[in-house]
Design a protein. Structure first.
Lengths: 158, 407
């Protein structure tokens, strides 16, 4: 029986597999963005706003920097056995003027990407148990290149 | 520089860093007794105890000030316990200093100590889905080195830093720490050995990322008046051992919007509404606040102890504490300016590179080393004619710390 895909955390992203977005918060008073959502106060010190509305963030951004995890992170990360290193990206969103972290999709290494490259948001499995696949957001390089192609097959389309 | 805002450092003491596996209280008490001996004062002379907390050693760690006071024997001294992550030691120091400057006490003891687990720092136990520190491990697998490596890669792309530059920082600090009796690692390394060590978080290798250590550090502070009486000197100072003073303690938070991704966050602040163009970036604001408070500038600094959680991060600090302009840190390193014998040695103690991190003790240890350097007592690693020292450190969740010391 196929496993049910569920978000690894509720309310941080839409579950539209074809075109997912991160869900940030936007202050109804001053328009300031923040991520993750769920806060009670606008972070802008010039604003006393307490109404933070969920807002989809830009699906694309540019890589601010990259790294990888050559060794399995400790719990509460659920590392597969055997462990496969993964890469991470800090991505600058132009409209929101903020940088958001995320893993890069499997198959993409730090050597495949440059600071300033355009990446886009996809959903991918973070870990599984007997019945569920727990899904999280990841970044995938946009455009040609063998790495991006591999990632498309192995990453978001499962 | 005005004298009336200073407090004196009468004593500095440390327990050697290592992986001793004993109760953290032992290290703290050993450091406290060493600092008291250095100050030529008795535990009963202490009127205020400021403890720096550890969150990995149960309740005694959360109330570290009282834990150390009880271990030394209750005397009725007033107490505080502070947690500010890696900046906890500076928070405790700030409390003690404020009590002295306010005239609430004459003599205070500052203590921090830790016993650490092996390997990556993991969040404290339990499933805590409202704690960003728990969530960044769970959802991203983002360890502490992840963040250090993001900064390192950014330096490479923006400023042309190389793997060799990062390795040279490690080589320098390993050499500095060789003669330091409190350092955990006292062994020279070569660039080849650094580059040959396993990659942990590209571009950072095992020998470039600070370990987690056990250790303890303590300071005895007093009012300048008390110090002069105690040392039997006139107001002009002098005598065989220079009197070292704390001229500033900056425990600043970031200014909004903080546009650098910080541990343990998932995102930066947004600059969409509040512009970041007029805001001093957080790390650069830390030492700047200390300089302003002390009325000195980076050009006056003889030496610095900075928080080299990674080899590459030390280069960021060169710029953030004003030793050079943005993008110029590699040049400063390559010139040898930050090596012992250079213009402004950085981490003459050997830094975290040689110590590993004993979180609540670390900011205090930076001050201990600065005190010994300013007194001319740093055997085998002495900065020539050191007069002004600056320390810089950053604790997660927005804790800056910088201490400015003068003799």
């Amino acid at each position: 029986m196929p496993k049910t895909r569920v978000p690894a955390i509720e309310g941080w992203f839409t579950t539209d597999e074809a075109s997912p977005t991160l869900l940030g918060a936007r202050c109804a008073g001053c328009g300031t963005y923040s991520f993750p959502p769920g806060g009670s106060f606008c972070p802008n010190p010039a604003c006393e706003g307490t109404e933070l509305e969920p807002v989809p963030l830009s699906r694309r951004g540019r890589g601010w920097s990259y790294t990888d995890a050559r060794y399995a992170p400790p719990a509460p990360y659920v590392a597969p056995e055997p462990y496969h290193p993964f890469a991470l990206a800090a991505v600058e969103l132009e409209a929101e003027r903020m940088v958001v972290l995320g893993q890069l999709v499997p198959g993409v290494t730090v050597d495949d990407v440059q600071v300033g490259d355009v990446v886009e948001l996809v959903l991918d499995t973070l870990y599984e148990d007997e019945e569920h696949q727990y899904v999280v957001w990841k970044w995938r390089p946009v455009g040609a290149g063998p790495a991006a192609g591999t990632a498309g097959e192995g990453g978001s389309d499962r | 520089m005005s004298d009336d805002r200073r407090v004196a450092v009468l004593g500095a003491g440390m327990h050697p860093w290592g992986k001793w596996g004993r109760n953290f209280v032992e290290y703290g008490v050993a450091a406290a007794r060493a600092a008291l001996a250095d100050a030529d004062l008795a535990w009963r002379d202490i009127q205020y105890v400021a403890g720096a907390d550890t969150i990995r050693n149960g309740y005694p760690g959360f109330v570290a000030g009282a834990t150390f006071a009880q271990a030394l024997g209750w005397t009725g001294a007033r107490v505080s316990s502070s947690y500010a992550a890696c900046a906890s030691g500076a928070a405790a120091l700030a409390n003690a200093r404020a009590h002295i400057l306010a005239g609430l006490c004459d003599v205070a003891l500052v203590v921090g100590a830790d016993t650490t687990p092996k390997g990556f720092f993991a969040p404290v136990g339990g499933e805590r889905r409202d704690d960003p520190d728990w969530l960044r491990f769970h959802l991203l697998g983002a360890t502490n080195p992840t963040y250090f490596a993001l900064y390192a890669r950014r330096r490479m792309d923006r400023f042309g830093a190389t793997d060799e530059d990062f390795a040279q920082v490690k080589v320098k600090n390993a050499r500095h720490g060789l003669a330091n009796p409190y350092a955990r690692y006292r062994k020279e390394v070569t660039v080849e050995e650094v580059l040959g060590s396993p990659m942990v978080a590209d571009p950072l290798r095992l020998l470039e990322i600070c370990a987690t250590s056990d250790g303890g550090a303590a300071l005895v502070l007093s009012s300048m008046d008390f110090a002069r009486r105690h040392l039997g000197r006139g107001a002009a100072g002098g005598g065989p051992r220079p009197l070292v003073g704390v001229a500033a303690v900056a425990t600043v938070t970031p200014s909004y919007p903080n546009t650098v991704i910080e541990m343990p966050n998932f995102a930066t602040d947004s600059g969409a509404v509040a512009s970041s163009s007029s805001v001093v970036p957080f790390r650069a604001s830390i030492a700047r606040a200390a300089y302003e408070e002390a009325g000195v500038g980076p050009e006056d600094v003889s030496m610095a102890e900075v928080y080299d959680l990674s080899s590459a991060l030390e280069l960021d600090w060169y710029e953030d504490i004003g030793l050079c302009g943005e993008g110029e840190a590699e040049k400063l390193l390559r010139e040898g300016a930050t090596t012992l014998g250079g213009r402004v040695p950085v981490n003459p103690s050997g830094g975290l590179s040689c110590f590993g991190e004993a979180i609540p003790a670390q900011a205090i240890a930076q001050v201990c080393e600065s005190v010994w350097q300013l007194r001319g007592e740093a055997d085998g690693r002495q900065v020539e004619d050191a007069r002004v020292a600056v320390t810089a450190n950053q604790g997660l969740f927005g804790h800056g710390s910088s201490v400015l010391l003068v003799r």
